[in-house]
Design a protein around this ligand. Structure first.
Ligand code: PDD
Length: 283
């Protein structure tokens, strides 16, 4: 069962106009919210980020906070599985013609669906994953979670073509993020994260990781990180709502640190799982 413009229906019955601006221009915003034990993880933080993206693209949020909660609640209840992934998307709607400027009096399209939550398999957590790197050639508003994802898609495919899990991006000699994840590194037990700004998406998982570092007394710094520092890191991790905290053990064919998941990654993974469980128990 999916949600489309206030209606709930099987996905096979959902119809969207080919003039929808999401289809024609990638003109819209999205969020992906993990659900554990039927409880959405950090729902209000995801809805805050959606609000921020909508403001950034000058699209009025079509639903109140309560209405979004209700959409998510009904989708979680109406779909199978304790763990789900809720995808929500708002586009600038369908006009009667294709024209770049904002249409007048056209309602936004609101779409939301639930999919099974696909998490990382234990073998990958043990081995870590291999990544490639590439120049970050995206636009300068990477803090907005828009559905215009062609640059991310092409960058992510570079990893897939090389048999790797993710593409780590550098802009002007500095680390930004992954094609669909945030990137952290560790050197001499110090956790480093690039600062939020217009060059990366402010990840919900990124925030959780920094909160957990604070809570558990792990030394950490948020600052610009040189590409050379990443290549000399003891540990690299990628984080996202679906990857959680996943060690990167090979970068561009070379081992990262000892070439296996490091102690800081292992500690953070444990803290993250523990934190998830408190949320799942409703604490
Ligand atoms: N992507 N950076 C980019 C470019 C992303 O696409 C994502 C997540 C993240 C991590 O954000 P979060 O921790 O809030 O999931 C960082 C989602 C999962 C996606 O596009 O499917």
């Amino acid at each position: 069962m999916i949600h489309l413009n206030g209606q709930y229906m099987p996905i096979a019955e959902a119809k969207i106009s080919p003039l929808d601006r999401g289809f024609l221009f990638g003109d819209g915003a999205y969020e992906l919210i993990p659900v554990y034990s039927r409880r959405p993880f950090r729902l209000d933080e995801h809805l805050n980020r959606l609000e921020h993206t909508l403001e950034g693209i000058r699209l009025t949020n079509p639903l109140s906070r309560e209405a979004w909660h209700e959409v998510v609640r009904r989708l979680v209840a109406g779909n199978e599985g304790q763990d789900q992934s809720i995808y929500i998307q708002v586009t600038r709607g369908a006009d009667v013609k294709r024209d770049h400027p904002f249409p007048k009096g056209v309602p936004p399209t609101v779409f939301a669906m639930s999919s099974p939550l696909v998490t990382v398999v234990p073998e990958l957590l043990k081995s870590g994953v291999a990544c490639v790197s590439s120049a970050d050639n995206r636009w300068l508003r990477c803090n907005l979670k828009t559905v215009s994802l062609l640059a991310n898609v092409l960058l992510r495919q570079e990893a897939v073509d090389a048999g790797c899990a993710e593409t780590i991006l550098f802009r002007d000699g500095f680390l930004t993020e992954g094609a669909a994840s945030n990137i952290f590194m560790v050197k001499d037990r110090l956790l480093l994260a690039p600062p939020k700004g217009h060059l990366m998406l402010p990840g919900i998982t990124y925030d959780v990781v920094l909160e957990l570092a604070q809570k558990h007394g792990l030394a950490h710094e948020v600052r610009d990180i040189l590409e050379a520092e990443v290549r000399d890191a003891d540990e690299i991790w990628m984080t996202s709502s679906t990857k959680e905290v996943l060690p990167v053990t090979v970068l561009d064919g070379l081992p990262v640190g000892a070439g296996k998941p490091g102690p800081v990654a292992t500690a953070m993974y444990g803290w993250y799982q523990e934190f998830k469980h408190t949320v799942m128990r409703g604490a």
